[in-house]
Design a protein around this ligand. Structure first.
Ligand SMILES: [Zn+2]
Ligand SMILES: [Zn+2]
Length: 372
């Protein structure tokens, strides 16, 4: 696999000359993580030094599927991948599985991982699971993830820590201390599917990160209380788009992340309550966001250098006050559109725990030294 990629690169070089080198930017000996903009959905791609890949979720459905699958393919090509080795669909919401059929028509997917049957009846998911998914998985491996499972990837420690509403019962090695934030916990849930998300913990040498899909506060409590079964991480990924039904202190503060990368949309997530929790998290150095969110306003947003995407029709100034989200439902006006060129946030981690985060839009990049 690795050799094939090198040979291809040499051929391309010979044919085109150095001016047209392929756009691969993979650093040798590093774990790359692409946080891809799918407009308040999720698509996060992990690529090991040997070009083994794990994709979490595939963006949105319907008219957005081609756009989001295309954005994922840009990252796939940047990483020099010929296939997706492992695909996790965290849960059966359209912003997570929506682009799957479109993506599967563009690149082979070798293993499909999910939490099991849909728990929240709805036309989109039920139709997909009945008519499309069985065909997609027919020629590949299909795994129903259980909390405690490992996903085999050479050089990487990938553990399923939440799935189908269950959380790991045994702490990860070195974890399991009492969590001081549990006493002030306020329960919150959202729907039947978010809490069933497949969540993973990933370690590469000394570097540690976690992505819990859209797991809600009640499951965060189950995972983190009374004892913290995860320990600390360098980077917290996803944050359920920055929505307030997730992101309790028992999770965010106890994980003690140095960096958080939020998969929010233009009007989804980046909510004031979540921003306060993240900004007050002990040890946090930076929050990076996939988007400016009108729900943050200037009051809560991070500087633009940490934000990967803007909107198609950019306002001359961001209002100071956060804009409250309209009531959900068919009467809600559409969020500010972003269908144009999209940018990812890319993280490159070394085995010694050093990692670099880069904003593809403005090329701003910051390196974080190895943690404790
Ligand atoms: Zn966008
Ligand atoms: Zn979601």
């Amino acid at each position: 696999m690795h050799r094939a990629v090198i040979v291809l690169s040499v051929l391309t070089l010979a044919a085109c000359g150095p001016a047209l080198l392929p756009a691969q930017t993979k650093a040798p000996g590093a774990l790359d993580i692409y946080v891809i903009d799918v407009e308040g959905g999720n698509a996060t791609l992990f690529v090991t030094p040997n070009h083994e890949s794990l994709l979490m979720d595939t963006g949105n459905a319907g008219a957005a599927a081609a756009r989001d699958a295309g954005r994922i393919m840009e990252a796939v090509q940047d990483a020099g991948l010929q296939q997706i080795d492992h695909l996790i669909i965290t849960h059966w919401h359209g912003d997570h599985f929506g682009g799957l059929a479109e993506l599967a028509s563009k690149i082979p997917i070798r293993e499909f991982i999910d939490h099991g049957p849909n728990a929240q009846p709805g036309e989109l998911a039920d139709n997909f699971l009945q008519n499309t998914y069985p065909q997609l998985i027919a020629k590949s491996k299909h795994t129903v993830a259980k909390a405690g499972d490992k996903i085999a990837m050479a050089g990487l420690d990938v553990r399923v820590v939440t799935s189908d509403g269950e959380t790991i019962k045994t702490p990860l090695p070195g974890a399991g201390k009492p969590n001081p934030y549990c006493a002030n916990f306020k329960p919150a849930d959202a729907n039947a599917e978010d809490p069933r998300s497949v969540g993973i913990y990933v370690a590469y040498g000394k570097f540690r990160t976690i992505h819990l899909g859209d797991v809600t506060k009640n499951k965060e409590f189950a995972l983190m209380c009374p004892n913290n079964k995860i320990g600390v991480v360098d980077v917290l990924l996803g944050l359920h788009h920055g929505q307030a039904s997730s992101n309790s202190q028992v999770l965010v503060h106890a994980l003690h992340p140095r960096v958080a990368i939020m998969n929010n949309g233009t009007r989804k997530g980046g909510e004031p309550e979540v921003m306060k929790t993240v900004f007050s998290s002990p040890g946090l150095e930076d929050l990076w966001e996939l988007h400016f969110s009108v729900l943050s306003g200037q009051e809560y947003t991070v500087p633009g250098m940490f934000i990967a995407n803007i909107v198609d029709d950019q306002q001359s100034a961001m209002p100071i006050a956060p804009v409250p989200a309209p009531p959900p439902g068919p009467g809600a006006p559409p969020p500010p559109a972003h269908n144009g060129k999209a940018y990812w946030i890319k993280l490159t981690a070394e085995k010694d725990g050093t990692f670099t985060v880069t904003n593809q839009r403005n090329r701003f990049s910051k390196t974080y030294g190895a943690g404790l």
